[in-house]
Design a protein around this ligand. Structure first.
Ligand code: GLN
Length: 489
C-alpha cells in the first residue's frame, strides 16, 4: 500500500502512530503529483513550501502539539487566497496575482496542522460544470469508461480538486460550491463532497462569484474524511458578516451513527427527461439501503424545482456582474493600456476575462438594468423564496432528502462546451440547496454500465450537517463503493 492511497483518517492515524512522518507522506504526494501532470489538476505546485510545512508539522508532533489534521497534505482550489502564493481563479485577469493574506478557511486548515501541496485547477471564476472554462486548460478526469481512452471531464467548477482527490494527488482538497461545484465534480470522480449550510464557512479570502450562494467545503475520499475537513474549515469569522456565530460540532461523531427512525424524503420532481435509467436505479438502491438501515421513506414534493435553474442563472450572474466589477486594471492583476481611463477598463476586461465569464457579466448586467430588473432579477428572487419555502414544508415531513447528484455520469471533454444550456442542466439537482442555503453532500454510490461513478446527494435541514453525515455514512456503508480510477496517467 502506498502512502498516497491512504484515506485522510488512516494517514492521520499512521502519523500519530509514528508509522511514517509528514515529510515522507508529503514527499509521496509530491512524487504522485509530478507523475500526474497530464491530468492538469494542479496549476501551481508548491513542493518546497509543502516540505517546509511538513517538517514543521513533524517538529510540532515531536513536541506533543499535534492538531486534528497534523501533517496531512491537502490541495487548495485556486479560488482561495493563499498568502504569498499566486491565486488566479484560473483567469487571465488574475494570472499574476499574489495575495498578501490567507483565506480564513485555509488558515484554519494550517492552524490544525495540514500541509499545502499546491493550487488546484477550476473553471474560470468558478463558472462552469466541466473545468473547461479555465484559463489554464481543462482537467482530465482520472476515470475513463471501460475499454475507452476518451478523455472525460471531472466536472466543475472544482474539477482540479475532485480529480486530485480521485487520483490520490492529495488526501483531501478545498472546494467551493455556488450551484453544485463541489457535489457534481465529486459525483463525476467517485469522491465525497459537501457544501455546508450557507454561513458555516467564512467566505473571507475566497474570490467571490455570487456572494449569496458561494460556500466553501471539502472534497474527500470518504464521508469521515469530509467530516474531518469540514470541522476544521467551519466556524465564525468576524471578517465575513454572513458567517454564522454558532458552535461547530465535531462532524466526525455523526458518521457511523444509527439512522434508525429517521425520515428520508424522496422528492418526486427530481427526475429529468433523458436521465439515464441507471441513475434512477441507483436512487432506488439508495432508498432500499436506507430502509434497510431503519429509515422511514416518505414521498415529498418540491413543486418549484423546475424554476430553480432559471432562477439560479439570473441570481448568480447578477451577483457575479457586480462582484467582477472590481477587476478594472487599477487594483488587481492584469492591466491593458489604453488612451484614457475608459479604454484601460475596456481593454483590460476584454482581454482578461474568458468567454463564459463575459457571458455571465452580460446576462447579469442585463437582468439588473432598469426596465428588466423587475421582470428578471426581482422575479428570480421571488422564485428563490418559493424554493426555500418548498424545503421548509418538506422539513415538516422528513429529516433529510435523498436525490441523485447529477443527471448524468462524467461526459467527454468538449461534448457540451458549445451549448451553455446543456452545460447548465448539470446543475439541475444541486442549485436548489444553494438557493435555499441548505447543506448538501454527494457520495459515490455505484458505477454505471461503462464503469463510471455515480453519486447520490443527501440534503439536510439548515445547520443540520450532523444528520447529513449520519445518512451519508449509512449509504456509504451499504453501497460499499471501493472502485478507483485505473491508473493510466
Ligand atoms: N455550474 C454552475 C455554474 O456554472 C455552478 C458553479 C459553482 O458552483 N461554482 O454557475
Amino acid at each position: 500500500m502506498s502512502l498516497t492511497n491512504l484515506t485522510l483518517k488512516a494517514a492521520i492515524d499512521g502519523l500519530a502512530a509514528r508509522e511514517f512522518t509528514s515529510v515522507e507522506l508529503t514527499r509521496a504526494h509530491i512524487d504522485a503529483i509530478e507523475a500526474a501532470r497530464g491530468l492538469n489538476a494542479y496549476i501551481l505546485e508548491t513542493p518546497d513550501k509543502a516540505i517546509d510545512m511538513a517538517a514543521k508539522s513533524d517538529a510540532r508532533r515531536a513536541l506533543g502539539e499535534a492538531g486534528p489534521l497534523e501533517g496531512a497534505p491537502l490541495g487548495v482550489k485556486d479560488l482561495f487566497c493563499t498568502n504569498g502564493v499566486r491565486t488566479t481563479a484560473c483567469s487571465k485577469i488574475l494570472e499574476n496575482f499574489v495575495p498578501t493574506y490567507e483565506s480564513t478557511v485555509t488558515s484554519q486548515l494550517w492552524r490544525d496542522g495540514a500541509v499545502m501541496l499546491g493550487k488546484l485547477n477550476l473553471d474560470q471564476f468558478a463558472m462552469g460544470s466541466s473545468n473547461e472554462t479555465s484559463y489554464f486548460g481543462p482537467v482530465t478526469n482520472p476515470w475513463r469508461a471501460q475499454g475507452s481512452t476518451k478523455a472525460l471531464t471531472p466536472g466543475g467548477s472544482s474539477g482540479g480538486s475532485a480529480a486530485a482527490v480521485a487520483a490520490d494527488l492529495c488526501l483531501g482538497a478545498t472546494a467551493t460550491d455556488t450551484g453544485g461545484s463541489i457535489r457534481q465534480p465529486a459525483a463525476f470522480t467517485g469522491t465525497v463532497g459537501i457544501k455546508p449550510t450557507y454561513g458555516r464557512c467564512s467566505r473571507w479570502g475566497v474570490v467571490a462569484f455570487a456572494s449569496s450562494l458561494d460556500q466553501a467545503g471539502p472534497i474527500a475520499k470518504t464521508v469521515e474524511d469530509a467530516a474531518l475537513l469540514l470541522t476544521s474549515m467551519s466556524g465564525h469569522d468576524p471578517k465575513d458578516s454572513t458567517s454564522l456565530d454558532i458552535p461547530v460540532p465535531d462532524f466526525t461523531q455523526f458518521v457511523g451513527k444509527s439512522v434508525k427512525g429517521l425520515k428520508i424524503g424522496i422528492p418526486k420532481e427530481y427526475r429529468v427527461d433523458n436521465m439515464p435509467a441507471e441513475i434512477e436505479k441507483l436512487w432506488q438502491d439508495g432508498i432500499a439501503w436506507l430502509k434497510e438501515a431503519g429509515c422511514e421513506i416518505v414521498d415529498i414534493s418540491l413543486p418549484h424545482t423546475k424554476y430553480a435553474l432559471p432562477a439560479y442563472y439570473i441570481v448568480a450572474p447578477a451577483e457575479a456582474s457586480s462582484n467582477l466589477a472590481r477587476y478594472d486594471g487599477m487594483r488587481y492583476g492584469l492591466r491593458e493600456e489604453g488612451a484614457n481611463l475608459t479604454e484601460i477598463y475596456e481593454n483590460t476586461r476584454a482581454s482578461g476575462f474568458g468567454d463564459e465569464v463575459k457571458r455571465r457579466i452580460l446576462i447579469g448586467t442585463y437582468v439588473l438594468s432598469a426596465g428588466y430588473y423587475d421582470a428578471y432579477y426581482l422575479k428570480a428572487l421571488k422564485v428563490r423564496r418559493r424554493i426555500a419555502e418548498d424545503f421548509d414544508n418538506a422539513w415538516t415531513k422528513c429529516d433529510a432528502i435523498l436525490t441523485p447528484t447529477a443527471p448524468s455520469a462524467a461526459f467527454g471533454l468538449g461534448e457540451n462546451s458549445n451549448d451553455p444550456i446543456a452545460m447548465y442542466l448539470n446543475d439541475v439537482f444541486t442549485v436548489t440547496t444553494n438557493l435555499a442555503g441548505l447543506p448538501g453532500l454527494s457520495l459515490p454510490a455505484g458505477l454505471d454500465a461503462n464503469g463510471l461513478p455515480l453519486g447520490l446527494q443527501i440534503i439536510g435541514k439548515p445547520l443540520d450537517e450532523a444528520t447529513v453525515f449520519s445518512v451519508a455514512g449509512a449509504v456509504e456503508k451499504a453501497a460499499g463503493f471501493t472502485a478507483k480510477a485505473e491508473k493510466w496517467w
